[in-house]
Design a protein around this ligand. Structure first.
Ligand SMILES: [Zn+2]
Length: 437
C-alpha cells in the first residue's frame, strides 16, 4: 500500500517532512520518500493536505473500568485512597464477568482508536473471573484492531488461591502470545501494599522465566510507602528491588512519593515510570516529581478514556500550574514514552515513521493558522490539535479507522450491548455492598 503526498510529523524527535510518501507492506513501513511510484495492483491513498503522525500510546490503563462511567457512587464517599480502592474499584472488579470484561475492553478500545491511540498498555483485574480473562480482552482488542500489552494484576487481597490463579493467567498469556504481532503479555502485580514477600518473589521469578518485566503500581499514595516501612521495616523501592521487581522492562505506574535518589535508581535498572496526571488529580494522591523521571518516562490514563491529545494537555498545564517549565523534549518524551516501552516488548520500532517501523499511524485533518515548523511542532500538538481531527488510523499496516469509521466492529450495536452489560454490572455491584466491610 502506498500513502502519498502527506506531511509526516513526529513529536520525538520533533520533525516535519512535507509531501512525503510511505510504502506499507506486511504491517511495516518499508519505504519513505518523495514521489514513490506505485507498483502493479498496489493500493494508493492520496493524503494531500493531511498530516500523518505515529499513533499515540497510552502507557498505563485499566480497560476494565470503561463501564464505570456514570455508575452509582458509594453510599459514603471515600475518605482516602485505600477507601477509593475498597469502596469503588475493588467493588467493581469483583463484579466483572466474561461479558462485562469483553464490553469494557471493547468500548475502551473503540474510543481509544477513534482518538488516535493505537497502543494500550493495560493492567487487568477481575477476581471473580481470572483464568482466561486476558483472552477476553485480547478478543476485544483484535476485533477493534488495536495494539496491546496485557497483564493480570496479581495480589494477595483475595487470598492465595486467587493470587496463584493470577500468576498462572500471566504465565499462560505471555507464553501463548510470544509471537503475536498485535498483542503481548507482561507480568502484572497490583502494588507492594497488597503483596507479601512470597508473592513479590513469585512475580519476579515469573518475569525472569518469561524474560519480561513487572507492571505494577508504585508509590501512588503515601500508604504504599508507609506499608513498606511499618510491615517490612524498609523503604518501598528497596523492598521492590530486593525481591526482583525493580528490573529491566518493568513498568512502575505513578512513582509519586519516592525519595529523590530512587528515580535514578529506577532508570538505571531499565524500569519505566508512567505518569498518570488525570488520575492523580482525581484521587488527590499528590503530584509526581515529573522532571526526575528522565528518559524512562511515559504517560498513562489509569483507566480514564485514552484520549492522549487531552491528557498531554492536562500534563502540560498541571506542570505549569506547579511552576514547572518543561522543555519540549521532556514533554514529547512523556507523550511518546509508551511507544518506546512497546518497542522493547515487541522487539521492533513502534512510534516512528522511519523505514522498518511498525505501520501504526494516524492521519490528521489539521489546518495550522500559524506557521508550523519542526521547532514548534509540539506546541501545535498541545494548543491546536485534538482527537476530533483524527481522520484515519492504521495499526500493524491495516486501516482500523477510515474517514472516522471503525472498520472492525459495528459501533452502534457494540455500545448498545455495552450499556446492557453495564446495567447488569452495576446491579451486581449493589449486591456487593452487602459483602463490604
Ligand atoms: Zn493503575
Amino acid at each position: 500500500m502506498l500513502l502519498k503526498n502527506s506531511t509526516l510529523l513526529t513529536l520525538y524527535p520533533p520533525s516535519l517532512d512535507q509531501t512525503t510518501d510511505l510504502r506499507i507492506e506486511n504491517g511495516v513501513i518499508t519505504e519513505r520518500g518523495g514521489n514513490l511510484q506505485s507498483g502493479d495492483g498496489e493500493e494508493v491513498h492520496d493524503f494531500t493536505g493531511k498530516y500523518i503522525m505515529p499513533g499515540l500510546p497510552c502507557a498505563h490503563t485499566h480497560m476494565y473500568s470503561s463501564l464505570a462511567r456514570g455508575m452509582p457512587p458509594p453510599a459514603e464517599p471515600p475518605k482516602n485512597f485505600p477507601e477509593v480502592l475498597q469502596k469503588i474499584w475493588w467493588r467493581l472488579d469483583r463484579s466483572l464477568d466474561e461479558e462485562s470484561i469483553y464490553y469494557s475492553a471493547l468500548v475502551g478500545a473503540i474510543e481509544a482508536i477513534r482518538w488516535g491511540t493505537t497502543l494500550l498498555i493495560d493492567h487487568h483485574a477481575s477476581p471473580s473471573y481470572i483464568p482466561n480473562s486476558l483472552d477476553v480482552i485480547k478478543r476485544a482488542y483484535e476485533d477493534v484492531g488495536i495494539r496491546g500489552v496485557l497483564c493480570y494484576e496479581v495480589t494477595d487481597r483475595g487470598g492465595m488461591e486467587k493470587r496463584d490463579q493470577g500468576l498462572e493467567e500471566n504465565e499462560r498469556f505471555i507464553k501463548a502470545n510470544r509471537d503475536n504481532p498485535l498483542i503481548r503479555g507482561i507480568v502484572g502485580a497490583h502494588a507492594s501494599f497488597t503483596l507479601g514477600n512470597d508473592s513479590l518473589q513469585k512475580c519476579a521469578a515469573l518475569a525472569g522465566d518469561c524474560n519480561t518485566g513487572v507492571h505494577i503500581h508504585v508509590a501512588e499514595d503515601v500508604c504504599d510507602i508507609n506499608d513498606a516501612k511499618e510491615k517490612y521495616n524498609t523503604d518501598l523501592l528497596s523492598r521492590l528491588d530486593s525481591y526482583g521487581i525493580l528490573r529491566e522492562g518493568s513498568i512502575f505506574a505513578h512513582c509519586i512519593h519516592l525519595g529523590q535518589d530512587d528515580y535514578p535508581r529506577i532508570r538505571d535498572a531499565g524500569t519505566w515510570m508512567v505518569h498518570n496526571v488525570r488520575s492523580n488529580m482525581n484521587n488527590n494522591v499528590g503530584y509526581a516529581p515529573v522532571l526526575r523521571f528522565g528518559d524512562r518516562a511515559g504517560l498513562g490514563t489509569d483507566g480514564f478514556p485514552a484520549d492522549m491529545f487531552e491528557d498531554a494537555k492536562l500534563m502540560f498545564f498541571k506542570m505549569r500550574d506547579a511552576d514547572i517549565r518543561p522543555d519540549p523534549a521532556t514533554l514529547a518524551n512523556f507523550i511518546t514514552g509508551g511507544a518506546k516501552i512497546a518497542s522493547e516488548i515487541f522487539g521492533m520500532k513502534i512510534g516512528s515513521l522511519e523505514k522498518n517501523a511498525a505501520a501504526d499511524l494516524i492521519v490528521l485533518d489539521y489546518e495550522p493558522p500559524t506557521p508550523l515548523t519542526e521547532d514548534n511542532v509540539l506546541f501545535h500538538f498541545l494548543f491546536g490539535m485534538r482527537s476530533s481531527m483524527v481522520n484515519s488510523v492504521m495499526v500493524n499496516g491495516k486501516w482500523v479507522v477510515r474517514d472516522g469509521k471503525v472498520n472492525g466492529v459495528d459501533v452502534e450495536s457494540a455500545y448498545k450491548e455495552a450499556a446492557k452489560a453495564a446495567g447488569d454490572l452495576w446491579e451486581r455491584m449493589k449486591l456487593e455492598i452487602g459483602n463490604m466491610k
